[in-house]
Design a protein around this ligand. Structure first.
Ligand code: 15L
Length: 264
């Protein structure tokens, strides 16, 4: 069985992947600064920081692939973003390369392209248009992935994740939701696609109202099954498509609440 290192394994997506990936045939080794209860008997759970060279080197030793999730999931001052997204990704990719690990899946975000306006079937390789320092960090993360593909021949998939939640809470989430089951299917596709070199793929479910094109994910074998529409009666929020919630990929992150002046 292939073993996968999941960084940020105590977080929401990390916990979901620890649940889901064994059902897809992977043994998971988790690494997180916080101790997480194992969700499967015998699961390997390591406590450590990806910026701690020794802890990271021990964590990647002997694994077949890395899924790098460890990072903040929100806007923060630029210095914090540089550590959380840029230095951490550089450390993980370099540790993977040194350990002979040939494949990495990186948790990018829709906010790497958050200022992209609404259009029909937006491709997953839309060029960078970050909406925040957080989005800038994700652009840099993707660039580091590309560097390790071109310079060292790693296979790297960058997931431009939408809204990973147990269930959609707002009207925007009816387009952007990613379920836990689909997160497991998406990461499995990225870990197993035979022809992967470098790809950016949307991390969303098969949402009826989705406007981000699934083609790149499908090309890797991702077949999402869940649809946020099942929760449409429960959600609230603006419905006007000209509202920034819907007019841009990044929704609320494009608004004045996230002006970057004070965050630097
Ligand atoms: C993200 O990338 C964030 O981590 C999360 O907090 C949400 O803002 C999500 O995107 C989203 O766009 O809904």
């Amino acid at each position: 069985m292939n073993t996968v290192l999941v960084t940020g394994s105590a977080g929401a997506i990390g916990t979901a992947l620890r649940r889901e990936l064994p059902g897809h045939g992977f043994a998971v080794r988790g690494l997180d600064r916080r101790r997480a209860e194992p969700v499967h008997p015998g699961e390997q759970v390591l406590v450590g920081d990806v910026l701690d060279h020794g802890a990271l080197a021990a964590a990647v030793d002997g694994v077949d692939a890395v899924v790098h999730l460890a990072s903040l999931a929100d806007e923060a001052p630029l210095d914090v973003i540089l550590d959380s997204h840029v230095r951490s990704t550089a450390a993980v990719l370099e540790a993977a390369r040194r350990a002979g690990v040939s494949r990495a899946v990186l948790a990018s975000s829709n906010h790497a392209v958050g200022f992209t306006p609404r259009t029909a079937a937006l491709p997953a390789d839309a060029p960078p248009r970050p909406d925040t320092f957080y989005g800038v960090g994700k652009v840099a993360m993707e660039a580091l992935g590309r560097l390790y593909v071109d310079r060292y021949g790693l296979a790297v998939a960058c997931l431009r994740i939408g809204s990973f939640l147990d269930r959609p809470r707002t009207v925007r989430h009816l387009s952007t939701w990613l379920s836990a089951g689909d997160a497991g299917r998406l990461v499995t596709a990225c870990l197993t696609a035979p022809d992967l070199t470098f790809a950016t793929v949307w991390g969303i479910s098969a949402n009826t109202r989705g406007w981000w094109d699934h083609a790149a994910g499908r090309a890797l074998g991702y077949e999402p099954r869940d649809d946020a529409e099942a929760y449409a009666d429960e959600v609230t929020g603006p419905t006007d498509l000209t509202d920034r919630e819907h007019a841009f990929v990044g929704g609320p992150f494009t608004g004045p609440r996230f002006d970057v002046g004070d965050a630097g």
